[in-house]
Design a protein around this ligand. Structure first.
Ligand code: NAD
Length: 494
């Protein structure tokens, strides 16, 4: 394995960390917050504190909802074309500052700069896509079948939205919600993850510069997300919760939202199968597996969590994948040579260690990696395991790290049954040169998204989301914006 020289120092040059940690962003101004407490933000590559952000309490949450409520009528009444042009400006500013934003993401999240650049492009695209959607939210007008009246259907902004995002895509998970919410005419309170809040605050300042009116986007960070979120969901002015994160927290929030019958969109955990049939193109399958497994060093909800390879291609696939995994450069995210950065926290590394140990105890073989790296930073090496038994913990838990567990299968029916043997249903990957077979298998897999002969499925122009316990609703495509609207029907006799 190629481990780049690791440094204990964070490279923060050219990044205005003080500017991005001034306080909570409420009503277009920076506020210290009622608790007076601060939350440290740690660089997972160097374990040094980059900055401290404000820690919101209940009064701050109420102030953020107040600000969103004050801004709501004006924003809903802003002509769609004007909203569209402001969103377009957000896209342009993000694109102009892409390199700075990518370095900021690498610093606080640890992901390799090349992944961070990809994230910024993906995140900015949600503004361009939704700038185009903002002027195309069309209703319906038609005759009732009985002929007595007309039916008018109009899509109205759903109201104030609470948005909660995880640390693994600090920019994209936020813009995937903010852009469609604003396109639909809603105002929002974003609560980003405390591990990676600086990107959210940097983007808040950018939205203001792009012309987003004060109060339309508010951002608060808190070390007590439970009570702060409950208080916002109990406010009758809040009508939407859009959450991305783990299935466990999603379940808790669904129960909380049920008290006020709030509309919920849930983007939750995954346990993606990656299936390679004998007739797959080996190079395409290995390249696809590398992307599906190693984008973000495996810290992705869509990450391939279980690799099933048919007996006839198994040995060649295992050898080629192991060679690619072993040659990855491990190092600090901001180092341009790095291909696999650190994990988000020491706890995340310990979880991966536990899952690998469990699989090995049950009979898995380690072909490369397999032990956490000692020294500064939360590093785990690219790891390939074979003969992973079906009852290993990693067969049903998200690994969220650079570990590829491979198992052999014989028949199509067997692998479909294995792929579906999970409570999750977010993404799946299928490799075969026979497209008809690929489509047939795809339709039998219980997942919201299938990548056929490729390792990447996310696209702002496509509906992203899961089935089963991977979530409710879709983000992106033409579906994403409708999640932030309510259809109103008017019956009228003309
Ligand atoms: P997490 O569920 O621990 O946290 C997500 C967010 O919820 C954070 O902002 C956190 O502060 C907040 N939170 C935690 N407890 C809360 C509570 N009681 N009330 C309100 N908010 C609370 O998840 P994570 O570790 O940050 O992210 C990783 C998880 O996210 C993985 O399970 C991954 O699969 C999932 N994920 C899903 C998608 C998707 O689109 N489906 C995308 C990215 C990540």
């Amino acid at each position: 394995m190629n481990i780049a020289a690791r440094t204990a120092k964070s490279d923060t040059s050219g990044i205005d960390l003080d500017g991005f940690s001034k306080g909570l962003f409420i009503g277009g101004t920076w506020q210290e917050g009622e608790t007076g407490r601060r939350i440290p933000v740690v660089d997972p590559s160097s374990e040094t504190v980059l900055a401290e952000v404000a820690d919101a309490g209940l009064a701050d949450a109420a102030a953020a909802v107040d600000a969103a409520a004050r801004a709501a009528p004006g924003w809903a009444a802003t002509p769609p074309r004007q909203r569209s042009e402001i969103l377009r400006r957000c896209f342009e500013l993000m694109s102009e500052r892409a390199e700075m934003l990518a370095r900021l993401i690498s610093l606080e999240n640890g992901k390799a700069l090349r992944d961070a650049r990809g994230e910024v492009a993906y995140a900015a695209e949600f503004f361009r896509w939704n700038a185009e959607e903002a002027v195309r939210i069309v209703g319906d007008f038609g005759m009732a079948p009985a002929g007595a009246n007309r039916i008018i259907v109009d899509y109205q902004p759903i109201g104030i939205c609470v948005l909660i995002t995880p640390w693994n895509f600090p920019a994209a998970m936020a813009t995937r919600k903010i852009a469609p919410a604003l396109a639909a005419g809603c105002t929002v309170v974003l609560k980003p993850a405390t591990e990676t809040p600086l990107t959210a605050y940097a983007l808040a300042a950018l939205y203001k510069e792009a012309g987003v009116p004060d109060g339309v986007v508010n951002v608060i960070t808190t070390s007590t997300p439970g009570p702060v979120t409950s208080a916002m969901l109990a406010d009758p002015r809040v009508r939407k919760l859009s959450f991305t994160g783990s299935t466990g927290v999603g379940r808790t929030l669904l129960a909380e939202a049920s008290k006020s019958v709030i509309s919920c969109s849930m983007e939750l955990g995954g346990n993606a199968p990656l299936i390679v049939f004998d007739d797959a193109d080996l190079d395409v399958a290995v390249e696809g597996a590398m992307i599906a497994k190693m984008r973000n060093a495996g810290e992705a909800c869509t990450a391939a969590n279980r690799l099933y390879v048919q007996a006839g291609i198994y040995d060649r696939f295992v050898a080629a994948l192991t060679q690619r995994m072993e040659s990855l450069a491990v190092g600090p995210g901001t180092d341009p040579e790095t291909e696999c950065g650190p994990m988000i926290t020491a706890k995340a590394v310990d979880k991966i260690d536990r899952l690998v140990e469990d699989a090995v105890t049950r009979g898995a073989r380690v072909l490369c990696g397999g032990k956490k790296l000692q020294g500064t930073g939360f590093f785990y090496p690219p790891t390939v395991l074979t003969d992973v038994p079906l009852d290993a913990d990693m067969s049903c838990e998200e690994i969220f790290g650079p570990v590829a567990p491979i198992s052999r299968f014989d028949t199509e029916a067997e692998v479909i049954a294995r792929a579906n043997d999970t409570e999750y249903g977010l993404a799946a990957y299928v490799f075969t040169k026979d497209i008809a077979r690929g489509l047939k298998v795809s339709r039998q897999i219980e997942a919201g998204m299938i990548a056929l002969n490729r390792g990447l499925v996310s696209d702002p122009a496509a509906p992203f989301g899961g089935v089963k316990q991977s979530g409710l609703g879709r983000e992106g495509g033409s579906h994403g914006v409708l999640e932030f609207t309510e259809p109103q029907y008017i019956a009228v006799t003309l």
